[in-house]
Write a protein that binds this ligand. Structure first.
Ligand code: GUN
Length: 287
């Protein structure tokens, strides 16, 4: 078997062009463009790149981004005060707080201060709780993007075993809730899981979100599985790679996402989609 690649890059580009068309038609009707406040704290180089890509995507589709770059030394009170101001600013529909934050800041406390209706990352406990109760509101961008890709390839969920490797608040946990909502039987593996291979071998849908190159061995993959790689790892030679042995995994899986060009571009596209939803433009988008 040779797996078909899921081309996140082109699926995300298609979604962005649909979003751009909706915004342009809203603006022609006299509505203001959606506004996204982007907060970046400190000097994490990867975060700077992610934020640059997100702001570029905003500009491309017609979302106004309001950029707040803050020193790593900022206090929790100062950051929460800024978020409270953005919460009541009528030109701001979404508030994006780029993670990770410097270690002296309590990420949970600060996320709690974002108005859940503007939480376009879907990280607020209100939005995660809504997903857990099968009434999703704003959904976490990366898992939402994975669901968009899975729906795009016509993935069946009911009666399927989805195995997620990684249990972070921002990816693994909401990913498990999305797949559960879709009707899959879900197993979550994490750092305390013994015999990872045992679980991965059972996966009809495998999602890895750890950040360790080569963690998932190709021979563990169930023939015909759908394989989603959310890991982004930079190797010593500068190339990017996922968690899964991609080339060998292609000979077993039915569908597989590449790194780069798989899930990454979808995260940004879903952020734009969430910003549209937060702005009340309630788009109906394919698929
Ligand atoms: N850091 C890594 N991924 C993300 C994400 O999707 N959103 C935010 N805000 N920060 C991140």
């Amino acid at each position: 078997m040779v797996a078909q690649c899921i081309d996140g890059k082109s699926i995300a580009a298609q979604l962005r062009s649909e979003i751009a068309a909706i915004i342009s038609s809203k603006c022609q009707q006299g509505y203001r463009p959606p506004g996204l406040a982007v907060i970046l704290v400190g000097n994490d180089p990867a975060s700077h790149i992610y934020v640059r890509n997100k702001r570029q995507a905003c500009a491309e589709v017609g979302v106004i981004s309001f950029y707040h770059v803050l020193p790593a030394s900022i206090s929790e009170t100062e950051l929460v005060t800024l978020i409270h101001m953005l919460n009541i600013d009528n030109s701001v529909d979404g508030v994006l707080l780029q993670l990770p934050l410097p270690s002296h800041l309590n990420t949970g406390t600060i996320i709690d201060s974002i108005n859940p209706a503007k939480d376009v990352d879907g990280f607020h406990p209100y939005n995660l709780g809504r997903l857990a109760q099968r009434r999703p509101a704003l959904r976490s961008c990366t898992p939402y993007g994975v669901m968009y890709l899975l729906d795009h390839i016509g993935q069946a969920y009911k009666g399927k075993h989805a195995v997620i490797v990684g249990a972070s608040n921002i990816v693994g946990r909401p990913m498990s809730l999305e797949l559960l909502l879709a009707g899959a039987t879900v197993t979550i593996c994490h750092r305390f899981t013994r015999n990872l291979a045992h679980y991965v071998q059972q996966a009809d849908i495998l999602v890895s979100a750890v950040g360790k190159p080569g963690l998932i061995k190709a021979e563990w993959i169930k023939p015909g599985a759908t394989v989603i790689d959310i890991g982004i790892n930079r190797l010593a030679d500068g190339t990017l790679t996922g968690d899964i042995e991609f080339e060998k995994a292609k000979t077993r899986a039915a569908w597989i996402t590449p790194v780069p060009g798989g899930v990454g571009p979808m995260t940004v596209a879903m952020l734009l989609k969430n910003t549209l939803i937060a702005a009340g433009y309630s788009p109906t988008l394919s698929p």
